[in-house]
Each structure stands twice: as structure tokens, then as C-alpha cells.
Design a binder for this molecule. Structure first.
Ligand code: SMG
Ligand code: MG
Length: 367
């Protein structure tokens, strides 16, 4: 039985700035949702950024949306499943829905004493770990940074690219680390289909994929680009639901999908997209949104499903944070262990939560 929902806010600095085609992050501003039940409570982390530049969602807006629209839908017998059904009339706002869903799921799975991994159908106890490398100040910095991550054991490297910083980045990394390195690039929607011939130069480097080259809503452009280049096109920002995933695959706008639970409205929808891709033999991998341990734990559970055949953007906590909100996730021989305790399997450490503020407690009415 759900008794109340708490919102927790705070900030954790990144160990180094993270630059993408749309901006630079130096810290993570956080919103956690806590579902307090009669026996157990559960946590969910909102993946939205401070600014609406990765997608149209942003953190302050999520706080409002959760408070004003989502929490009022809850009743004491709400479950993650009933919440998602009742939130269907609310358009978009996937990241807001996802963090409420995760908190409820964590709480109810703790009541049922099963792990999120088991609930979702995980078949692995550890997952291969990739690292996302932000745009650096120079090629030398890039090669050095990639070398450091490889020395730590990351098995796959993703380079952030943008117009003016693309082909030569890939060339430099291939030259230094060879053709066997699992390598991919992510443009975060920075190109247009007019850049197709330019992007075709990437074909020479045997990349695993190019992620989200064109704007989120340019499905037609992705279809055209995917025909023109040999590098597999993977969609991230464009995939906001099971339906958008199915359409993108049917129209051959992409051949690989990055699944991010926050971007698709939660783990229940993420699982549906996984199942669709698994059925069709389409490779998927789990994306990341610089999550702290709460979101990272839940992503690990998802990434342990059998269709996640490519290493994802689930790095060790230390990739981003000197101190994580939870016990840190560590890299062991290129893998990260999937939590196997009940629910998401982790909680905020009390000494870390002390630096956070509980900004709201909303009582849930009995029904
Ligand atoms: O969690 O390691 C991570 C981040 C991986 O590159 C990453 N995420 O477009 O895939 C992506 C980006 C989105 C976050 S940019 C602030
Ligand atoms: Mg991406």
C-alpha cells in the first residue's frame, strides 16, 4: 500500500566536464522520487537535464509535471502498471512518467521480494560496459582520454561528434587503438540529411553504428541516410515509445536501437521495445543519461535482458562521480554486476542523502 510520495532534490559534481554537440555538463542536478509504502519504499531517478537540449524535457518542468499531474493520479493501491495506464492521457513527458514508475516498481518488487532484473526477464548476472567520451579540446586529449578508459577495461568506446569534429576524431582513435576496438559515434541530432556524403566518410572506419545523426523528428532524413551510408544507423532521441520504435524499424530509418527507459516513459515500455527488437533480431543496447546509482542500478537490470547484444553506455559510477549516491558500481574485467537484491537492489547512502533536500511530501489518499 502506497502512503506518500517524496521528492528529493540535489546536485552532484561530475569528475570532468561532459561535452556533446548541444552543450557541456559539469554537474548533475537531480530529482529523485521516493514511493513510501506500508512495508517498503522505492526510488526513481529523473534523467532530465537542466536545459531542454537533449530533448524537450527539463528538470524543473518534470518537478512540476510530477507534482501537478502525476502524483494526483495515484491511490493507495496504485502499482507501476496501473499508474502507467492512468497516465496515458498525458502526452509526452516520458522522463517524468519514468521516474514515478520506477519508484513504484522498486517499492512493489521489494514487497514481492523479487529483483527488477528477475521481474524484467534478465538472463545475465553482469553486463559488458561501454564508455561515452565527450568532445575534447584536441585530438591529443581525445586519444589520451580514450586510452585511459581502455586501460580501465571499458570494452566499447562511443565518441561524441558534431559538425567540424567528426571524421578526424574517428581516424585518430582508429589509428591509435586499431581496427579491433569496438567503436561508435553519437551526433545527438547535430547533422542534416544534406551532410549524408560527409557522413559517408565514416564508412571507412568500420564503426558499430552512428547514433542519432539527424533531428529527433526527421524520420524521413534517417531513412534516406540509412540507404546512403553503410555504417548502421542507430536511433536514440527519435525513439520515445514502442510505437516509434516499430515505425522506425518498419520504415528502415534505423537498424539498431538505443533503449533508454527515461526517454520512453519507463522500464515497462523499455521492456516492450526490447521484446519487439528481440523478436525481429534487431540489436539493442542500453543508453545512459549520466545516472547516479539509482538510475544506473535499474538500467543494469534492463541491460541484462537477452536482446541487449551490444555493450551499453552503463559505465562505472567513477566515470562520472567521485562519490555516487549509492554504493558505487565498479568495473570488473569490462563488466558491471547486475544488482540481485529485491527491487532495484540499491538505496541512497544516508550520508549522501544528507546533502539532498526533501522538497515535497505528498500524501496518497486511501481508496
Ligand atoms: O550515462 O554514460 C552515460 C551517458 C551516455 O552519451 C551518453 N548519453 O545521447 O546518448 C546520449 C547521451 C545523452 C546524455 S547527454 C547529457
Ligand atoms: Mg545518444
Amino acid at each position: 500500500m502506497l502512503r506518500s510520495i517524496e521528492l528529493w532534490r540535489g546536485q552532484i559534481d561530475l569528475v570532468s566536464p561532459f561535452r556533446t554537440s548541444f552543450g557541456t555538463d559539469t554537474s548533475r542536478d537531480l530529482l529523485y522520487v521516493r514511493a513510501v509504502g506500508e512495508q517498503n519504499s522505492g526510488w526513481g531517478e529523473c534523467v532530465a537535464g537542466v536545459e531542454p537540449n537533449y530533448s524537450s524535457e527539463y528538470l524543473e518542468n518534470c518537478v512540476q509535471l510530477v507534482t501537478k499531474f502525476l502524483i494526483p493520479m495515484l491511490q493507495s493501491d496504485s502499482t507501476a502498471q496501473s499508474f502507467i495506464a492512468s497516465a496515458a492521457p498525458i502526452r509526452g513527458n516520458f522522463m517524468s512518467k519514468a521516474c514515478v514508475e520506477t519508484a513504484l516498481l522498486d517499492m512493489q518488487l521489494r514487497d514481492q521480494q523479487i529483483s527488477l532484473a528477475k521481474f524484467l526477464g534478465a538472463t545475465k548476472t553482469k553486463v559488458l560496459s561501454g564508455v561515452s567520451v565527450g568532445i575534447q579540446n584536441s585530438l591529443d586529449d581525445l586519444v589520451r582520454t580514450v586510452g585511459e578508459y581502455l586501460a580501465q577495461g571499458y570494452v566499447r568506446v562511443k565518441l561524441k561528434i558534431e559538425p567540424g569534429s567528426d571524421i578526424e576524431l574517428v581516424r585518430a582513435v582508429r589509428k591509435e587503438f586499431g581496427d579491433d576496438l569496438l567503436l561508435q559515434v553519437d551526433a545527438n541530432a547535430a547533422y542534416s540529411v544534406a551532410d549524408a556524403q560527409h557522413l559517408k566518410q565514416l564508412d571507412a572506419f568500420n564503426l558499430l553504428l552512428i547514433e542519432q545523426p539527424l533531428p529527433e523528428d526527421d524520420l524521413g532524413g534517417h531513412i534516406e541516410l540509412a540507404r546512403l551510408i553503410n555504417t548502421p544507423v542507430c536511433l536514440d532521441e527519435s525513439i520515445t515509445s514502442f510505437e516509434t520504435a516499430r515505425t522506425a524499424l518498419d520504415l528502415e530509418a534505423c537498424s539498431v536501437i538505443n533503449i533508454k527507459p527515461g526517454r520512453v516513459g519507463g522500464y515497462l515500455e523499455a521492456k516492450k521495445i526490447h521484446d519487439l527488437c528481440f523478436e525481429r533480431g534487431v540489436a539493442v543496447w542500453c543508453g545512459g543519461m549520466l545516472e547516479t546509482g539509482i538510475g544506473r542500478a535499474a538500467n543494469l537490470a534492463l541491460a541484462a535482458l537477452p536482446g541487449f547484444t551490444l555493450p551499453g553506455d552503463i559505465s562505472a559510477s567513477a566515470r562520472y562521480f567521485a562519490r555516487d549516491i549509492t554504493k558505487p558500481f565498479v568495473l570488473e574485467s569490462g563488466h558491471i554486476a547486475v544488482p540481485n537484491l529485491t527491487g532495484i537492489g540499491v538505496e541512497p547512502l544516508p550520508e549522501m542523502l544528507e546533502n539532498f533536500e526533501k522538497t515535497a511530501t505528498l500524501k496518497i489518499s486511501k481508496n
